[in-house]
Design a protein around this ligand. Structure first.
Ligand code: HAM
Length: 421
């Protein structure tokens, strides 16, 4: 008996109905990226493991337990399937000297891999669209990215998404804050759970992110990073908020937002929705002014974000924006020569840029009409033996109580234009 293989847990096939939504998202996002003058950079799926250890951070969930890493037995290289895009993008910027004549506004898209517990909105292979701006310290760069996202959600007609922002200060601010936090956790050691006990010394800020209910009161009373921000970091954060207000972007400041990757400083932000259960973050990012230098490049200001595309697709599915992909015209056909006639007509109409679907199965008109209706098309063309003989076509307006009239083949395009344009 043949082995019947299944896809690997957390790795999914995307069937055509859903793939259309990926394309819908991509098309809108790519057009908008052009409008903002972000340029696409293509990046490898595989990078040296050390790149993620040195950037994302060795005490983060991603590096500690979620990376697909292996030793390439041919040359002993330690390699990893990228769990995120920023590290690879920074490596590429340094390696190719992308910022040699100033700033650069880049984006990338594609699969990322994290060995996480699988649930709705959380896969092991997922897709991100990431944007990174290099060489700008002004809060305008952070603001531009957030404004871009706000416009993107509007174009996608996503409702119920909101923005939370925070400033986590600069490296020195965090050093002081870290030691205060460690002292505080030491005083409250009995309230910490095992996970927190394990990492409060190495990564105390991550402990603040804990969802453990028994720790919430203690965490709420912990020292606040906002009290330790330098004057410059505070000013930067105020400027960002002013720019967002000027651009009518609603946001909430959440002092507990720190994000799960180590490279951030100053701005961090997340866009969240309450429509996806616990995996409600649809995009996240922030500033990372030290990363380029710490990976061997010249000191370069930077900020960026990534969108989780599957989560957007889930939202699109829930809001049932499927009709966007319907054909304009669906052609049903039955009888000798009808299918050949249908194919010829379909080509004529496609030349005029209409989306046309031809029924290719030899089934009854009744079942074909059902399909035409389900396809979401505005117009159904009906071709039977009589139509072929007389060179005419029946036009049925599916969405208008099924109104129907016939047209000569030579007049078809003209009539379709009258209806659809
Ligand atoms: P991140 O928050 O780890 O940030 O991921 C960004 C987004 O990717 C998340 O908000 C979520 O929508 C999506 N995502 C993450 N993990 C999964 C998963 N297992 N399944 C489905 N979706 C997921 C970063 O990756 C940073 N590189 C963002 C960034 C760019 N910061 C600066 N520049």
């Amino acid at each position: 008996m043949a082995n019947k293989f299944q896809s690997v847990k957390g790795f999914y096939d995307v069937l055509p109905e859903r793939q259309k939504l990926f394309r819908f998202f991509e098309k809108i996002a790519l057009d908008l990226l052009d409008q903002y003058d972000f340029r696409e950079i293509g990046l490898p799926l595989v990078e040296p493991t050390g790149l993620f250890v040195d950037s994302v951070g060795s005490f983060t969930d991603i590096v500690e337990k979620e990376m697909y890493s292996w030793k390439d037995s041919l040359n002993n290289d330690q390699l990893t399937l990228r769990p995120e895009g920023t590290a690879g993008c920074v490596r590429a910027v340094i390696q190719n000297n992308v910022t040699y004549n100033g700033s650069a506004k880049l984006f990338y898209r594609g699969a990322m891999f994290r060995h996480e517990n699988v649930q709705k909105g959380r896969q092991r292979q997922f897709h991100q669209l990431g944007v990174e701006t290099f060489g700008v310290s002004a809060a305008a760069a952070d603001a531009e990215q957030i404004i871009f996202l706000d416009r993107l959600w509007k174009k996608l007609k996503l409702k119920n998404v909101s923005l939370i922002i925070n400033s986590i200060g600069d490296a020195v601010d965090r050093e002081i804050y870290r030691s205060r936090l460690i002292e505080y956790f030491e005083k409250n050691i009995n309230t910490l759970d095992d996970d927190a006990k394990r990492r409060y010394k190495s990564n105390p800020m991550r402990v603040l992110d804990s969802k453990n209910k028994d720790m919430q009161e203690m965490l709420n009373n912990a020292p606040k990073l906002s009290d330790y921000l330098s004057i410059e970091a505070r000013k930067h954060f105020n400027e960002l908020q002013e720019l967002l207000i000027k651009n009518n972007i609603n946001f909430q400041v959440n002092n507990r937002l720190v994000r799960g990757l180590d490279y951030y400083n100053r701005t961090v932000f997340e866009w969240i929705t309450n429509e996806l259960g616990s995996q409600g973050t649809i995009a996240g990012g922030g500033r990372y002014d030290y990363l380029v230098e710490s990976l061997g490049g010249n000191p370069t200001f930077a900020c960026g974000f990534a969108i989780g595309i599957e989560r957007i697709v889930l939202l699109l599915e829930e809001s049932q924006q499927l009709t966007t992909f319907s054909p304009d015209i669906y052609i049903v056909n039955n009888g000798a020569g009808a299918q050949a006639f249908a194919l010829t007509i379909a080509e004529e109409l496609r030349k005029e840029a209409y989306k046309v679907s031809v029924n290719l199965e030899e089934t009854s008109f009744k079942s074909q009409f059902k399909k035409a209706d389900k396809s979401g098309a505005e117009i159904c063309l009906v071709i039977g033996e009589e139509e072929v003989e007389k060179n005419i076509i029946q036009i049925k307006l599916i969405r208008e109580k099924g109104d129907q009239f016939s047209t000569d083949y030579s007049e078809l395009t003209k009539n379709i234009k009258k209806i659809l344009n």
